[in-house]
Design a protein around this ligand. Structure first.
Ligand code: ADP
Ligand code: MG
Length: 384
C-alpha cells in the first residue's frame, strides 16, 4: 500500500510535469493494471501498436511512448473507378491488407508482438464493415497474446496527431487549450481541446463536410475521386477571383457547404448550356475560385472562435488539412493575429495509424482499456 502510494505520488509529479491532468489519470484503473502501466510509464517504455481501418486506408503504426517507430499505410486503389468508396470492397481490401500491414509495421519498428503494451484501434466513426475488420483483428491479437485493447475515436486521432514525435526531428506541440480545425471528407468541426481526454466541439457543419463538398464539385467537373487533392493542384494555375460562389450565412461557429455546392452546380449548368467546353476551358479558374471560397468560409469561423475563446494556439487536422491554399491562409492569418499555428506533417493529414496510436497512448496512461465485446460504432460524434 505504501509502495503503491509512493508510485502514485511519483506518477502525479511526472504527469504534472507533462502538463497532463493527474487526478483523472489515477482514479479509473484497477490495481494490477495500474502497477503495470505505472511501471512502464516510469521506465519511459510504453509500446503501442495502432490500427486504423475506418474507411479505405489500412494502416498500422508502432509508437514507443509518443515517438513513431514505424507507420505503414495500404491505400485501396479499387475505389478509383467508381468515383467514391464502395463499403463492401473496402471491407474486403482491409481483410486482405491487415495482416501484411501489421506485420510490416512491427518488422520496421524492430518490435515483436510480445513487446507491445497495448493495441489502439479505431472504434469509430467510419464504415461499419471497415471498422469491423480492424476491431476483430485487434481482438484476435489481444486474446492470442494477452495484450490490452484501447479503443480510439478516429477524430481524436486526427486532433492528437500533433503529439506524435518523429525519431529524428522534434515537432512543435500546441499548448492546451488549443483550437483544432478538423476538416476531412466526413467532418468539419472546430474543436476546443483542453486535454487529450477533454475536447468540446464548438462549431460543426450542419450539412456537408468541406472535403465532401470539394469531392462532389470535382465530380461535377468530371474529375476522378477523391477530387480534393486534384482541385488543390489545378487551383494553383487558376484565378481565385474569376468566379463568385454563394457563401453561407450560418449562426455562431457552425458551417454549411451545401449552398456553395449548389451555387457551383448552377454556375456550371448555366455556363455549359451556352458553351459545352466551358468546364474544360475554365477548370483551373473554377478550382481556384471554389477553393478560395471554401478556405474563406473555414477561416472566417476559426478567427471568430479564436476571438471568442481567446485562444491563439491553432491547429489543423484531417484530410483537407493537406490543402496548400488552406495551409498558406492559416499561416498568413496566424502571422497577422499572433497565433501559434500547427499544420500537421502531410503524412499525418489523411487517415493513418500513428494518430490512433498516440490517442491510444493517452487513454492507456489513464487505464482506459476496452472490453473484448467492444463493437465498432459508425457514428461516434458523441465521444467528443
Ligand atoms: P475521412 O476520414 O472523413 O474519410 P480523410 O481524413 O481521409 O477523411 O480525408 C479525406 C478528404 O480529404 C477527402 O475529401 C479528400 O478530397 C480531402 N483531401 C485530401 N487531400 C486534399 C488536398 N490536398 N486538398 C483538398 N482536399 C484534400
Ligand atoms: Mg479521417
Amino acid at each position: 500500500m505504501i509502495v503503491d502510494t509512493i508510485f502514485v505520488n511519483i506518477f502525479v509529479t511526472l504527469l504534472t510535469e507533462k502538463e497532463l491532468s493527474p487526478l483523472s489519470y489515477i482514479i479509473t484503473y484497477k490495481v494490477n493494471t495500474k502497477i503495470t502501466i505505472l511501471h512502464n510509464f516510469m521506465n519511459n517504455n510504453i509500446t503501442i501498436l495502432g490500427i486504423e481501418s475506418s474507411c479505405d486506408d489500412t494502416s498500422a503504426a508502432v509508437l514507443r511512448n509518443t515517438t513513431l517507430l514505424s507507420s505503414v499505410i495500404a491505400s485501396q486503389a479499387v475505389h478509383e473507378k467508381y468515383g467514391g468508396v464502395i463499403p463492401e470492397l473496402a471491407s474486403r481490401a482491409h481483410q486482405q491488407n491487415i495482416v501484411p500491414v501489421v506485420d510490416t509495421a512491427l518488422k520496421e519498428a524492430g518490435v515483436t508482438v510480445d513487446q507491445i503494451d497495448a493495441i489502439a484501434f479505431t472504434r469509430g466513426p467510419g464504415l461499419l464493415g471497415s471498422l469491423m475488420v480492424g476491431t476483430s483483428f485487434t481482438k484476435g491479437l489481444s486474446i492470442a497474446h494477452n495484450i490490452p485493447m484501447v479503443e480510439v475515436n478516429h477524430l481524436h486521432g486526427h486532433i492528437l496527431s500533433h503529439f506524435v514525435d518523429l525519431p529524428d526531428r522534434e515537432l512543435p506541440h500546441p499548448n492546451y487549450p488549443f483550437l483544432c480545425l478538423l476538416v476531412s471528407g466526413g467532418h468539419t468541426q472546430i474543436v476546443k481541446v483542453d486535454a487529450p481526454d477533454k475536447m468540446e466541439i464548438v462549431g460543426t457543419t450542419i450539412d456537408d463536410a468541406a472535403g465532401e463538398a470539394l469531392d462532389k464539385c470535382a465530380k461535377v467537373m468530371g474529375l476522378p475521386y477523391p477530387g480534393g487533392p486534384i482541385i488543390d493542384r489545378l487551383a494553383k494555375e487558376g484565378n481565385k477571383e474569376a468566379f463568385k460562389f454563394a457563401k453561407p450565412r450560418v449562426e455562431g461557429l457552425n458551417y454549411s457547404f451545401s449552398g456553395l455546392k449548389t451555387s457551383f452546380l448552377y454556375t456550371l449548368r448555366d455556363s455549359v448550356a451556352e458553351n459545352e467546353n466551358f468546364i474544360e476551358q475554365n477548370k483551373a479558374d473554377l478550382c481556384a475560385s471554389l477553393l478560395h471560397t471554401v478556405v474563406d468560409i473555414l477561416v472566417d469561423k476559426l478567427i471568430k472562435a479564436s476571438k471568442l475563446y481567446n485562444i491563439k494556439d491553432i491547429a489543423l487536422g484531417g484530410g483537407v488539412s493537406a490543402n496548400s491554399a488552406l495551409r498558406a491562409r492559416i499561416e498568413a492569418e496566424g502571422a497577422k493575429r499572433h497565433w501559434r499555428t500547427f499544420l500537421p506533417e502531410l503524412k499525418f493529414t489523411t487517415d493513418n495509424a500513428a494518430m490512433i496510436a498516440v490517442a491510444g497512448y493517452y487513454r492507456y496512461l489513464k487505464g482506459e482499456l476496452s472490453p473484448l465485446d467492444a463493437t465498432p460504432i459508425a457514428r461516434y460524434e458523441e465521444m467528443i
